[in-house]
Ligand binder design. Structure first.
Ligand SMILES: [Zn+2]
Length: 320
């Protein structure tokens, strides 16, 4: 039994290291998306809201353990195209593969297409009336849709390592939501059916990509002008003092971003709800049960035909 506990502890530690929007934000996105669902889906999803929140980071937990997982969380748009509009970047996987080769896609990220594949799995689960699977895959789909909305998941400079902005990834997607998300108005309109889900997610990626200039320039400006001692502070986490971006520094950047974090979170929640609803419509709009018992497990979807990822891609979440 001992080794099983050690593996569990390791998974938790890895999740802490590799969280994307950040555990808190992913959990909130999945749970708030439930409240944007139409009446046909709301009671069932509401009955599973704890599971949907708790398992919102399962894909991150296996990110460095399962071959082919890491590249499902991002796409380095700037490897393929430098500026908006992204009109030479094929939207369909088969077209992109024909243009760039599969190895290049796997090396630089496949999040829009992985979302499409997970949407198909969720649709199939609805068709089969497999309610446990519906909830399990919904939690995962919510994760990938949310990741696609993070601007820093759309660039090869994902952690500021190319511009001397190491740590910007976690600063944007973990520290800022943790500090400021409770103040946001994240009530979203009721989910709608997505006629073209792949185009929808590409639009969201394009929005995030176009925000990158602001993300990098505003943070670089602060990094250069603030004295080092004011940038960080110590906070207690799990009984240990850890170095974090200071509240003052975080608040100043948050202000410079002018609502961007709130807008991206809002769009994430809306996107997650729309994808769940779309899968249900495509799955034949089955009547959902009042509730279902979903087994607790670290989830694992069958692998797509993937080969390998960039090894060792990690996004540190604190200041150095
Ligand atoms: Zn992720």
């Amino acid at each position: 039994m001992k080794w099983r506990w050690m593996i569990c502890l390791f998974l938790v530690l890895m999740a802490e290291q590799s969280r994307a929007w950040g555990f808190y934000a992913h959990q909130q996105i999945n749970q708030l998306a439930v409240y944007a669902l139409p009446q046909e889906l709301f009671p069932f999803y509401r009955s599973q809201i704890d599971y949907l929140g708790k398992h919102a980071v399962d894909p991150d937990m296996r990110r460095y353990l399962v071959d082919g997982e890491a590249c499902r969380h991002y796409i380095d748009i700037d490897v393929f195209e430098k500026a908006i509009p992204l009109d030479t970047l094929p939207r369909r996987y088969s077209d992109a593969m024909a243009k760039f080769g599969e190895d290049s896609l796997l090396a630089n990220g496949i999040v829009p297409w992985h979302i499409q594949w997970v949407l198909q799995k969720l649709t199939k689960a609805f068709q089969e009336n497999n309610w446990e699977k519906v909830i399990h895959i919904s939690a995962e789909l919510g994760h990938y849709v949310a990741d696609a909305h993070v601007p820093l998941h759309n660039t090869a400079n994902y952690n500021g390592q190319l511009t001397g902005q190491h740590g910007i990834h976690g600063f944007f997607e973990s520290r800022l939501p943790e500090l400021f998300m409770p103040r946001y108005d994240l009530i979203t309109p009721e989910a709608v059916y997505l006629e073209k889900p792949l185009e929808y997610i590409w639009d969201r990626i394009e929005q995030g990509f176009s925000a990158l200039d602001t993300v990098f320039s505003s943070e670089l400006d602060m990094r250069r002008t603030w004295v080092e001692s004011k940038k960080t502070s110590l906070e207690e986490r799990n009984g240990k003092l850890v170095k974090v971006w200071s509240l003052e520094y975080a608040a100043a950047w948050h202000k410079k971003l002018n609502g961007m974090v709130e807008r991206r979170l809002h769009a994430s929640i809306e996107g997650v709800a729309c994808f769940w609803y779309t899968a249900w419509v495509l799955g034949g709009q089955p009547n959902l049960p009042g509730s279902v018992v979903v087994a607790e497990q670290v989830s694992e979807l069958p692998k797509e035909p993937l080969k390998t990822d960039k090894p060792g891609r990690k996004e540190d979440h604190g200041p150095e």
